[in-house]
Structures are given as C-alpha cells and as structure tokens.
Write a protein that binds this ligand. Structure first.
Ligand SMILES: *Cc1c(COP(=O)(O)O)cnc(C)c1O
Length: 198
C-alpha cells in the first residue's frame, strides 16, 4: 500500500519537511501550481514521483506529460487522444489511471462506471500504459460500496492499481483493496484555501 502525500496548496516549507522525512510520492491537483512548485531543484529530488490527481484540460496535456510520472484523472476519450499526441511529441508517457465517477455526480470529474471499460480499452488500443483506476466517492454517502465498485471494475479489466481513500476514509479504502491512498489533511493538517476535490 502506497501513500501519496497530497501537497496541493501547502506551504513550500511543509513540502520540504515531507521531503526531508523521506516522502517521495506527491499528488497535485493543478498543473500550473505543480509546475511552479516542482520546477526548481525540488523537482530533481531522486526518487520523486509526481501524480496528477485533479482534472486535466487537453490544452495542458503536453505540460502534464512533461511534469507528471502518473496521471490519475483520465476520464474521457478526447483526453486519451490528447495524451497520446503529447506522448508522441515529448517522448514521455506517464502511467495512467482512469478516474471513475462512481457516484455519477454531475459536478464531479470521472467517467461513468458503465463507460470505464471502453475508456481503458481506448488507452490500451493506443499503447498507453494504463495501470489502474481512481475514484473520489460522494461526500454524503457511505464510501464502501464505491470502493467495492471501483475494485470490481479494476478486476474485470485486469488493472492492478486502485487509488482510493483520502484522509477521512483511507482505512476503509485499504480494506477494499486500495493500493494507493491520497492523504492531504492527515499528513499536512487542514489546508488554508478552500479547494475542490472534483
Ligand atoms: C485534495 C485531494 C485529496 C486529499 O484530501 P484530504 O481529505 O485532505 O486527504 C485526495 N484526492 C484528491 C483527488 C484531492 O483533490
């Protein structure tokens, strides 16, 4: 089970303290913010793994493939095509997770559960390295059924990585088979700014 430290909106000092303690896997939800934080010497830290956990616009695909080792938020065919073009242009091909909107919430990113298999197949048909699924359960529902659904979709597609579980529900996510939990508040304390998790 791997821990992704969600460093979005955290002060630089907090990120440096985590690096000093040996944390190497970080999650960011905005390409621009991540680029400025990880551009300098910090980004050259040996063993660093940067994961995009926020929505990605197609016009930022090139920047994203240059910056991130893993993109967890692949959620539509147009983005798959943009990532393929970006990979050809840059020669870099981050590992991909398909984000599934398990609660089918209109305001939330992610592919509908019934469309997940096709999106995984679209990645594979282009030779893109899709390795798992990611989800953010609805805040007002029990998370267990959402974690179970994500695990079922991963199993039937032969995908090994399950990024699920945040500060509030990571222990439950681990019981449902999470391979990666994404923790912000639990590691760094409460964030300053209000940040959406869609
Ligand atoms: C902010 C965020 C997290 C971390 O949330 P916490 O509740 O602070 O642990 C995890 N995943 C995603 C996608 C996020 O945007």
């Amino acid at each position: 089970m791997a821990l992704t430290a969600v460093s979005k909106t955290q002060p630089e000092a907090a990120v440096d303290a985590a690096l000093a303690r040996g944390q190497r896997r970080f999650g960011e939800n905005r390409v621009q913010e991540a680029a400025s934080r990880w551009a300098g010497p910090r980004g050259a830290t040996p063993g660093l793994e940067l994961r995009l956990i926020g929505p990605l616009q197609t016009n930022k695909a090139v920047e994203a493939v240059n910056l991130f080792d893993v993109i967890e938020t692949v959620d539509r065919p147009g983005l798959v095509e943009a990532l393929d073009r970006a990979a050809q242009k840059t020669g870099r091909s981050p590992r991909l997770l398909v984000q599934v909107n398990t609660g089918e919430e209109p305001q939330k990113a992610g592919v509908a559960p019934r469309e997940a298999d096709a999106l995984v197949a679209a990645c594979r048909s282009l030779g893109l390295p899709v390795e798992g699924l990611m989800a953010i359960p609805p805040v007002d529902e029990a998370a267990g059924p959402h974690f179970a659904l994500l695990a079922r979709i991963a199993a039937r597609n032969g995908l090994a990585t399950l990024s699920m579980g945040m500060s509030e529900d990571f222990a439950l996510a681990v019981r449902f088979g999470a391979t990666h939990v994404r923790l912000g508040t639990a590691i760094f304390g409460v964030r300053d700014e209000a940040v959406t998790t869609t």
